[in-house]
Design a protein around this ligand. Structure first.
Ligand code: NDP
Ligand code: 13P
Length: 409
């Protein structure tokens, strides 16, 4: 398998792009048995007082072996099981973060290990960042692209904010462990990657109509990671060693693209805003959470359908004069550049194609299959852009124009 960092360096060099100052992980291992290297890395780095964070779901055997290795390497180790909320979900919220912070303080820790999937990583990246400590990533499922990113999407008083934090100092992705992850989590990782079709479109759109920063290297890395998953969808769905490795490599690469750009634009557009909206709604109404990537995959098809309709109908102009200046300017730009924008929308896969890929990856393909009803889908389409008002997705411009339409008599 191609060394991931070497591929990044080559891609950057081909563009004459400097990677100076970007806080990449020192070590990226994606191989069978990689978890065994964790304790040695920490000891060699002089990090001896380690808090290992997981939740009860992770196999006791992995936690036991890791803790045993840390002690054998002369480290002090403390294991924290993040507790679930009232409905039984471990979520990245204030309570979980404080639970980890208290343990870090009690042990006077030098470093924190995230042993888990996306949620555990976000709790740890924020708690470690707040404590000025490094964290090491040991992913247990190829379910999200957040392992190597540096933004932490966390729930504060029920609202999903993404706050700056840190990426891992090292990542030990053990394919023996990843391959045993539930099929639904593997399919969710594929769904998170499929969402890059619409996130990359939205990023390009925002750049075109507002001049917001765009980074070709991050965009190309993300697109290439997505293409490798499409290419291997059958192997991913069958959870072969090769399929799971390709998926995990893509998720790491997509996370690195966010790390390089410094924000999540390459990986997160309107499809993520729909997913976050549904997550917040489930939390508010006391329902058990759905997997992030499963929501993103289904939302990608919903957004692709809407954008294709807009390509045919055009945006609902007429009220742009009532928009705040920034949005008014963007609306004018979008009007002027509509032929190019239509062409970009035309390059998005058809929603049915997206759903067929999700099915091939053994995941839910539609919002109905996920248990998200039509009313909630429609409401999210109308309101989800408010989850990230600073991002000018096509959904946000469309909704802003609709919201400012004069009331008809
Ligand atoms: N920072 C970023 O850039 C990104 C962050 N995210 C965030 O990630 C979160 C979602 O993470 P996701 O991975 O989908 O789900 P979770 O981390 O919530 O994991 C879901 C459940 O699966 C369990 N689990 C993990 N690994 C295994 C395994 N090998 N076998 C059995 N069960 C396992 C988890 O336990 P455990 O908790 O121990 O892992 C948990 O109980 C969201 O909050 C999302 O916003 C998503 C993408 C990017
Ligand atoms: O989930 C993400 C990328 O997959 C990041 O999401 P946000 O941009 O909403 O933080």
């Amino acid at each position: 398998m191609l060394d991931i960092m070497e591929a990044v360096r080559q891609a950057a060099a081909a563009r004459g792009r400097s990677l100076e100052g970007i806080p990449f992980p020192e070590v990226i291992r994606l191989e069978p048995g990689a978890v065994k290297e964790t304790a040695g890395y920490l000891a060699e780095t002089g990090l001896r007082s380690i808090v290992v964070v997981s939740d009860a779901v992770i196999g006791k055997a992995v936690r036991y072996e890791l803790t045993k290795d840390l002690i054998a390497n002369g480290s002090r180790a403390s294991l924290v099981e993040v507790l679930p909320n009232a409905v039984g979900d471990v979520v990245a919220d204030e309570a979980s973060i404080v639970q980890v912070l208290l343990e870090i303080q009690k042990l006077r820790a030098d470093a924190v290990v995230a042993l888990g999937a996306g949620t555990i990583h976000d709790i740890v990246r924020y708690a470690a960042f707040s404590s000025g400590l490094p964290f090491v990533s040991v992913p247990t499922a190829p379910s999200v692209d957040g392992f190597t990113s540096r933004g932490a999407p966390i729930l504060i008083r029920g609202h999903k904010h993404t706050v700056p934090a840190i990426g891992p100092s090292a990542i030990f992705a053990d394919t023996h462990i990843l391959k045993e992850a539930p099929a639904a989590m593997v399919a969710a990782g594929f769904g998170d990657m499929l969402g890059k079709y619409t996130s990359l479109f939205d990023w390009t759109f925002e750049h075109m109509v507002t001049g917001a920063p765009y980074d070709e290297l991050s965009a190309d890395m993300t697109m290439q990671a997505l293409a490798s998953c499409i290419d291997q969808v059958e192997a991913i769905g069958s959870r072969t060693e090769e399929g799971v490795s390709v998926l995990m490599q893509a998720l790491i690469q997509s996370g690195l693209a966010m790390l390089i750009f410094g924000q999540s634009h390459p990986a997160s557009g309107a499809e993520h805003h729909l997913s976050h909206y549904w997550e917040m709604e489930f939390l508010r109404t006391g329902r058990r959470q759905l997997l992030h990537g499963a929501k993103v995959g289904a939302a990608c098809a919903v957004i692709a359908r809407l954008y294709r309709e807009l390509a045919d109908s055009g945006l609902p102009y007429g009220s742009e004069g009532a928009l705040p200046e920034e949005l008014r300017h963007a609306a004018r730009q979008a009007e002027g550049r509509w032929p190019e924008i239509r062409q970009l929308i035309g390059a998005l896969p058809e929603p049915e194609r997206i759903q067929a890929w999700l099915t091939a990856a053994q995941g839910p393909a539609t919002t109905e299959e996920l248990g998200i009803g039509p009313e909630l889908v429609a409401r999210a389409l109308r309101e989800a852009d408010e989850v990230r008002p600073s991002r000018l997705t096509l959904l946000r411009l469309y909704n802003s124009l609709l919201r400012h339409q004069p009331l008809s008599s």
